[in-house]
Write a protein that binds this ligand. Structure first.
Ligand code: URA
Length: 228
């Protein structure tokens, strides 16, 4: 049997098992099932959404409701499949009535689980879906400014995108999300080149940038940075 200490898939399963019985915060009280995340343990790309909704809570799987259907379509539009990436959320249990996750819930879930998942998967590119996962890394960044940009934090390439649920309500956001997904393979390629120590002068799309306030090791705002 594979050693969970060295086999990434086993290590992720061990975390999922911890999550399924977690009572560290109040969100555990209302959950039907915890939603640890799913996908390839050696994924190049890791997606982080906000938190489980009704259907995710029922099934114990991330992004299986309407937003998840759209996420699958967006992945398919660039020839990707969810089994080839890793998908999880900032919090692993559904907030009551889909309210926003609170800071203490986000902090706990990150330190107990999300950080470990990130370390194990060690993705080439982290895609944040919506503002909650973005602000874990860039606390003062606004999603409308950061979306579609390739950013770096402590050596990790980060590509923020609006949450797919936004596209369910607003056509103008759908067009932006579709475009940002179209640029995702190029963002991944650029992140790969950088990881390999190469430099590419050609940005992946409307704005591959490292604004001074977002480059490695700097928050520009003197705040404690989460994740990694
Ligand atoms: N929205 C999220 O942020 N995550 C899910 O898993 C489903 C909907």
């Amino acid at each position: 049997m594979a050693d969970p200490a060295t086999d990434p898939a086993d290590a992720l399963r061990a975390i999922a098992s911890d999550i399924s019985t977690c009572t560290a915060c109040r969100l555990s009280e209302g959950r039907t099932r915890a939603v640890p995340g799913e996908g390839a343990s050696d994924a190049d790309v890791m997606f982080i959404g906000e938190g489980p909704g009704y259907y995710e809570d029922q099934q114990g799987r991330p992004f299986v409701g309407a937003a998840g259907k759209l996420l699958d379509e967006l992945l398919a539009s660039i020839g990707w499949d969810r089994k080839d990436v890793y998908i999880t959320n900032t919090v692993k249990c559904r907030p009551p009535n889909n309210r926003d996750p609170r800071d203490d819930e986000l902090d706990l879930c990150e330190s107990l689980y999300l950080r470990r998942q990130l370390e194990i998967i060690n993705p080439t590119l982290l895609v944040t879906l919506g503002r909650f996962s973005l602000t874990r890394l860039f606390p003062r960044q606004s999603i409308s400014r950061a979306r579609g940009q390739l950013l770096y934090k402590d050596g990790l390439a980060v590509y923020p995108i609006y949450h797919p649920a936004a596209a369910l309500h607003q056509q103008q956001w759908r067009e932006i999300i579709v475009q940002d997904f179209k640029n995702l393979p190029a963002a991944l390629e650029q992140a790969r080149l950088r990881a390999a120590g190469a430099h590419d002068d050609h940005p992946p799309g409307p704005g591959a940038q490292e604004p001074a306030s977002q480059t490695e090791g700097q928050s520009g705002c003197g705040e404690q940075l989460n994740l990694l």
